[in-house]
Design a protein around this ligand. Structure first.
Ligand SMILES: Cc1ncc(C[n+]2csc(CCOP(=O)(O)OP(=O)(O)O)c2C)c(N)n1
Length: 550
């Protein structure tokens, strides 16, 4: 066996059976070796950001890492934004990054670069394998690091001669260590905070947003009256009929502060204390209210579910019935399309077992409300804020769960970062329905322009946020990559198109042409309205918040 053959076998033996690739010359022995290991599925992506985002989506849904195969520093660099999102999602990813042969490095050939420096930004484990003999031992260490918990990005750099040389030796997977349950002191502290009587909330993130965690947290909430929140951008939120509903923290900090207002205790479970996504002149970055004490029940490295269940026991809430979402679908919309009507339509048709990759951004503002009472489904979001994640994550999720329908709810600007995903979705014949909200703008940046207090919205500034001239034609773009597509601008035709998509296997693209969610007038008053919100009494502020951000 050469190094590459042993490496692929070692990956497969450790449960890594999918590799998202975009190879080059230095990876040719790895490519050639793929056929020697039948368990390994190799999926070509036409841009590295598609490969890394697909690995993220795959891990979110399967719980096991996928591998990526990337070409030296530039290839890894192209994949960085979605590795950043994967890091923030705390999911396992194992990158195999090809490099020049060890003896070639001294010549500083054209593609030579400092791969480790690029890798370190997103990877908590980085190593350049020094010899064929050591390669697979390095690989099992990479896999163990990726698996965590918490899940992490691990990057194994594979020099071409380490890959092609004979003498490869497979290595057995390293035993996984069981993560610790919260210590008695942390459990007692959380229980005391909950019994204290002041307004208390539990903020759930990461793995706590899966069914078992939600059920445990809901038992606590029903038994004690604490409020439950989900982090703003969950990795994977299990929701819909029969599961405990949970309110997500808002993206806009003024709205988050309404949600958190008056809190005396905030208990973190696999989540960080909330901070504002960006700094805004004169506004707070740290969103925990003054006077609120933060308690960490379980860090991302802990046994998160075991810790929640231990707290249920401590509070004597084991026999309490959790809250369960009732069915509740919006009526099918009618007439000229708006983003809100599209969100209603999604809520009306979302089928049982759907996986939703949500990168709808401003157009999806009302989605949390319109889909809350849909049949049970999973919701995957933009964990790291680096756009261009939605389509690759949808592809990876569909590969991980071939029996489940996947919906990519996708803003137009973000779609264009990794639009090549459509080609992979077509080639692998994945059951993905892509709904592209074509509002012909970087809508959220118009909001941000108003909010940061930047003066001046001259023609040059506006042109940076405008996607018309020329209008993007997603029907032709999709068709050119092998995905059948339709464009709709009326609610009735949208319902027909969604009906066809739900009724038959994908892939499908539905381009919906919608106006931006916020009109220029609303954008002008927004900063003042948000400021006024902070001055309202909490119940009133809550009611207003729920109208704009359900
Ligand atoms: C990798 C990366 N580049 C740039 C940005 C900055 N950015 C944030 S939102 C956005 C535009 C989003 O527009 P679109 O996807 O059309 O959604 P809309 O805001 O119109 O709903 C940009 C460029 C980012 N977050 N990530």
């Amino acid at each position: 066996m050469n190094g590459a053959q042993a490496l692929i076998r070692t990956l497969a033996d450790a449960g890594i059976t999918t590799c998202f690739t975009n190879p080059g010359t230095s990876e040719m022995h790895f490519v050639a070796a793929l056929d020697t290991v039948p368990q390994m599925r190799a999926v070509l992506a036409l841009f590295e950001g598609v490969a890394t985002g697909a690995a993220d989506g795959y891990a979110r849904m399967s719980g096991t890492p996928a591998a990526t195969l990337l070409h030296l520093g530039p290839g890894l660099g192209n994949g960085l934004a979605n590795l950043h999102n994967a890091r923030r999602a705390r999911v396992p990813v194992v990158n195999i990054v090809g490099d020049h042969a060890t003896y070639h490095a001294q010549y500083d050939a054209q593609l030579q670069s400092d791969i480790e420096t690029i890798a370190r930004n997103v990877s908590s484990w980085v190593r350049t394998s020094a010899s064929t003999h050591e390669l697979c031992r390095d690989a099992v260490e990479a896999i163990a690091a990726a698996n965590g918990p918490p899940g992490q990005v691990a990057t194994l750099i594979l020099p071409a001669d380490v890959s092609w040389s004979e003498g490869g030796e497979t290595a057995a997977p390293l035993p996984a260590e069981a993560p610790p349950v919260a210590e008695a002191a942390a459990l007692e502290e959380a229980a005391r905070a909950i019994r204290d009587g002041g307004r208390t909330a539990i903020l759930l993130g990461g793995r706590a947003l899966r069914e078992v965690g939600l059920l445990a947290a809901s038992r606590i909430a029903v038994a004690t009256g604490v409020k439950l929140f989900a982090e703003v951008f969950p990795t994977r939120l299990e929701r819909g009929v029969g599961l405990p509903p949970i309110e997500r923290l808002a993206y806009i900090p003024e709205l988050t502060m309404v949600q958190l207002g008056g809190l005396k205790h905030l208990i973190l479970v696999d989540a960080k204390a909330p901070v504002s996504f960006f700094a805004y002149p004169g506004k707070k970055s740290y969103l925990v209210p003054d006077g609120c004490t933060v308690h960490e029940l379980a860090s991302p490295a802990a046994d998160v579910l075991g810790s929640l269940e231990a707290l249920v026991e401590l509070l004597g809430a084991g026999s309490v019935q959790p809250l369960r979402q009732e069915p509740n679908a919006p009526s099918p919309p009618q007439g000229a399309l708006t983003a809100e009507k599209v969100c209603d339509a999604i809520g009306a048709v979302l089928p049982e077992g759907a996986i939703v990759s949500d990168e709808a951004l401003t157009s999806g503002t009302t989605l949390p409300g319109t889909t809350a009472g849909a049949p049970r489904h999973d919701w995957l979001t933009l964990t790291g804020g680096a756009i261009g994640q939605g389509l690759p994550v949808a592809a990876g999720a569909a590969l991980a769960c071939p029996d489940r329908p996947v919906f990519a709810l996708q803003a137009d600007g973000s779609a264009m970062y990794t639009i090549q995903s459509l080609w992979t979705i077509a080639r692998e014949q994945l059951d993905v329905t892509v709904v592209i909200f074509n509002n012909r703008s970087y809508g959220i940046l118009n909001v941000e322009l108003a909010r940061v207090g930047a003066r001046g919205d001259g023609p040059k500034a506006n042109a940076q946020l405008d996607l018309s001239e020329p209008n993007l034609d997603f029907v032709r773009i999709a068709a050119g990559m092998g995905v059948p597509a339709v464009r709709v601008d009326a609610a009735e035709t949208l319902m027909d198109a969604l009906g066809r998509a739900v009724g038959g296997p994908g892939p499908h693209v539905i381009e919906v042409v919608v106006p931006p969610v916020f009109s220029p007038r609303e954008l002008r008053v927004m900063p003042y309205a948000l400021r006024a919100l902070g001055a309202l009494p909490r119940p009133l502020a809550q009611a207003v918040k729920r109208r704009v951000y359900p």
